[in-house]
Design a protein around this ligand. Structure first.
Ligand SMILES: *Cc1c(COP(=O)(O)O)cnc(C)c1O
Length: 338
């Protein structure tokens, strides 16, 4: 038995999800004629109280489309140094939007309103025009850390005062909402655009949805075509998303509980210098000086446990839908004996 903690993207569709996919009614989505995609976009937007949605092949695409829509070439985007839009999207902010980036050093991936305010460029010919703030909730490199919504509200106020758009990379937004028992609507009210991923904790094989105001999504639909993301009978994929929204959100709590259990055991081992607080489904720990993250990953691999070195001294494990109770028990046993 291989226990795969490398990412929550490794899940495979369950028989019930596959059945929903096979039974989907489809059409040509470039003509907006795919009923399943239309329903998924509607459901996603409604859940957050936003006007419209746009189904895309990946979270990278939904983020990059949003950044393109919110900026002009030469503008500047404010985000945390560890954020996915900066670290893991192939330099897409520069490539796709010809925008520069102002990096902030937040607390486990979370930036605050004071930092944002200080990072806005003056209205001065020498300076890039600051036009967008991107937040990430939960923060991936922050170890699944969740924002305090009061801080988000303060950041929003700074954005309003300074005419900046506010985008949320919500690849794992449902994890944050479940962990903090938050209503979805407050996110829809606060952000100009939100990217949500179906292919992470929700267990879909493919897909992300960008949600926002009607005019924003109209513009985003055009950019999606330019980026080559206009798909045809992709309703088979959207059907997985609809299934996941109905069935796989509440169960995220199990992943969080399992992650906590594993995190507690790791904290007691001699290989761990410290473990980030386990707030959701991600466990990140720092290794002691005598051993590298790569060595620990290799050692666990020999015991059929897969995880990932995200830095020379940092290991990440991600709990997800395909990690069973039995696997968690087995993992705990192995880590204790390591
Ligand atoms: C996974 C992820 C994305 C999107 O990734 P894709 O693989 O392109 O779907 C975006 N943001 C964060 C924080 C992620 O973890």
């Amino acid at each position: 038995m291989i226990i795969d903690f490398r990412s929550d993207t490794v899940t495979k569709p369950t028989p019930a999800m596959l059945q929903a996919m096979m039974g989907a009614t489809v059409g040509d989505d470039v003509f907006s004629e795919d009923p399943s995609i239309n329903e998924l976009e509607r459901m996603s937007a409604d859940m957050f109280g936003m006007e419209s949605g746009l189904f895309c092949p990946s979270g990278t695409m939904t983020n990059q489309i949003a950044i393109k829509c919110h900026t002009q070439p030469g503008d500047e985007v404010i985000c945390d140094e560890s954020s996915h839009v900066y670290q893991y999207e192939g330099g897409g902010i520069a490539f796709n939007s010809s925008a520069s980036v102002k990096l902030l050093y937040g607390d486990r991936g979370r930036i605050n309103a004071t930092q944002v305010k200080a990072a806005i460029n003056a209205d001065d010919n020498h300076k890039a025009n600051t036009s967008l703030v991107c937040l990430e909730n939960t923060s991936n490199r922050g170890g699944g850390s969740c924002y305090d919504f009061n801080e988000i509200k303060k950041i929003k106020e700074v954005c309003i005062e300074n005419h900046l758009a506010l985008h949320l990379d919500g690849a794992r937004l449902w994890n944050a909402m479940i962990a903090k028992n938050e209503p979805a609507k407050q996110y829809g009210e606060t952000f100009d655009s939100i990217s949500i991923c179906l292919s992470k904790g929700l267990g879909c094989p493919v897909g992300s949805v960008l949600i926002g105001k009607k005019n924003f999504i109209k513009k985003a639909r055009r950019i999606r075509k330019v980026f080559g993301g206009g798909m045809r009978q992709a309703g088979f994929l959207a059907a997985a998303g609809i299934y996941a929204l109905k069935n796989n959100i509440e169960r995220l709590k199990q992943d969080h509980d399992n992650a906590k259990r594993i995190g507690e055991v790791i904290a007691k081992t001699s290989m761990a210098k410290s473990v980030f607080p386990v707030e959701t489904n991600i466990i990140i720990f720092e290794t002691v000086a005598s051993v590298t993250a790569a060595e620990i990953v290799e050692k666990l691999k020999q015991k059929n446990i897969l995880c990932y070195a995200i830095a020379p001294d940092r290991v990440r494990l991600v709990v997800h839908l395909d990690i069973t109770e039995e696997m968690v028990n087995k993992t705990i046993e192995i880590i204790k004996a390591l």
